[in-house]
Design a protein around this ligand. Structure first.
Ligand SMILES: [Zn+2]
Length: 115
């Protein structure tokens, strides 16, 4: 029995030291990078959605004039503008602006466009 426990402790210790060597402690880094990237530059998928949202108001001018937080169901206002991915995103209200700013990717991915 005692021998078995020793083997387990040895295995745990070797796992632990492997972890230290490989750098499991840095696992948080990609997450932080992702969060930074989120605010500054949208991914390709989001850019495609932004382009569609821009075109959906009949005017390709890098201004999305419908409220993205309301899934383009409301008119946005220049008073509530967020600049994202090179687009001026007009939201309909301060609340929608906050919601969009908090998680623009989520708001964009909630949009759907007729094919
Ligand atoms: Zn709205």
């Amino acid at each position: 029995m005692k021998k078995l426990i020793r083997v387990e402790v040895f295995l745990l210790l070797s796992l632990f030291s492997t972890c230290m060597a490989v750098g499991c402690g840095t696992a948080k880094a990609p997450d932080a990078q992702q969060k930074q990237g989120l605010a500054a530059s949208p991914g390709a998928a989001s850019l495609a959605i932004l382009a569609k949202a821009d075109a959906s108001d009949g005017n390709v001018d890098n201004v999305i004039s419908k409220c993205v937080s309301c899934r383009l169901g409301m008119d946005g206002s220049p008073e509530h503008t967020v600049n994202y991915g090179g687009y001026a995103v007009h939201l309909c209200s301060e609340d929608c602006k906050k919601a969009f700013s908090a998680d623009p990717e989520k708001a964009l991915q909630a949009l759907s466009f007729p094919k």
